[in-house]
Design a protein. Structure first.
Length: 290
């Protein structure tokens, strides 16, 4: 079994730019250390949608250290260690982006994803952190606070480990190191930083979304721009319409969101920014409706 492990969580300002990090270290399911910091992402503008999620604004982080400045304080949590995150493909992408941005050498470690493990062992309607925590009667008071989410993730990981019979098989199937993340494209639309297993489960979740309808986006007009990796443009438009939203081809003062993929047109980006329209990523959108 795994004795010591570290759970971590990022909150982001926009895209993969972190504005806070929470880290909680465990020994046999007990907290032995923790760390929290706001992070100055050094970008001009926060995504309004992410602000609504976690409540962190540009003013909150303007005097805070950037990622490079806190790395010396948190590096030991990641070097030659076991780390855990809920939807680790996202948090790992933020970590890798930040390390690359500041030319920091990537540490060796093993990573587990409680989202993936939950899908493997549990039969729930969804696998959000709050849902799985509730299943295990883990009390959560401040969702989308990076420190609390890291603590909940670590508690959840310990609970999940108790349900594992063949630990060695489980370990082989559910971990990967930062340096060994699969680089081959599973399909033309899959990001080359995702593993096949992550892609499989993401597609399964998207298929469930495509089969369901809700009023999540009712009254919202949304423009889609760019190239997407998890869904096709047609799937994205269907998700918008099935959730009560309206798809538009042109950005105007009536536009509520622009869902931006890779290679978003610069003219659309400029117009959205000039009108104060929220630009959200593909991941932001999928989280919004899930």
């Amino acid at each position: 079994m795994i004795g010591r492990y570290t759970a971590f969580d990022f909150e982001t300002a926009s895209g993969k730019n972190p504005c806070s990090i929470g880290i909680v270290q465990f020994e046999n399911g007990k907290v032995i250390d923790s760390y929290y910091s706001l992070i100055n992402p050094e970008i001009e503008r926060f995504n309004p949608y992410t602000i609504r999620i976690h409540g962190i604004t540009e003013e909150d982080v303007i005097l805070q250290p950037n990622f490079k400045e806190i790395w010396g304080e948190i590096r030991h949590y990641f070097e030659n260690s076991t780390i855990v995150a809920h939807n680790s493909s996202f948090d790992m992408s933020v970590l890798i982006y930040s390390l690359n941005r500041y030319n920091i050498i990537k540490p060796e470690h093993t990573c587990f994803c409680t989202l993936r493990i939950s899908r493997q062992f549990l039969d729930l309607n969804d696998y959000k952190l709050t849902t799985v925590a509730h299943y295990y009667n883990i009390v959560q008071n401040n969702h989308h606070n990076a420190l609390e989410d890291a603590k909940i993730c670590g508690d959840l990981f310990y609970k999940l480990l108790q349900d594992v019979n063949d630990f060695e098989s489980f370990k082989k199937a559910n971990n990967y190191s930062l340096r060994s993340v699969q680089r081959k494209k599973v399909e033309k639309r899959i990001s080359n930083s995702e593993s096949a297993v992550d892609y499989y489960f993401e597609r399964k979740n998207i298929e469930k979304l495509l089969e369901s309808e809700s009023n999540t986006l009712i009254g919202n007009t949304i423009v889609v721009s760019g190239v997407f990796t998890k869904v096709t443009r047609d799937e994205l438009k269907k998700l918008i319409e099935d959730n009560g939203g309206k798809v538009s081809s042109a950005i105007s003062s009536k536009t509520n969101y622009v869902v931006a993929g890779d290679n978003m047109g610069p003219s659309k980006k400029t117009k959205a920014e000039s009108l104060g329209v929220a630009i959200i990523s593909e991941d932001d959108f999928l989280q919004m409706i899930s």
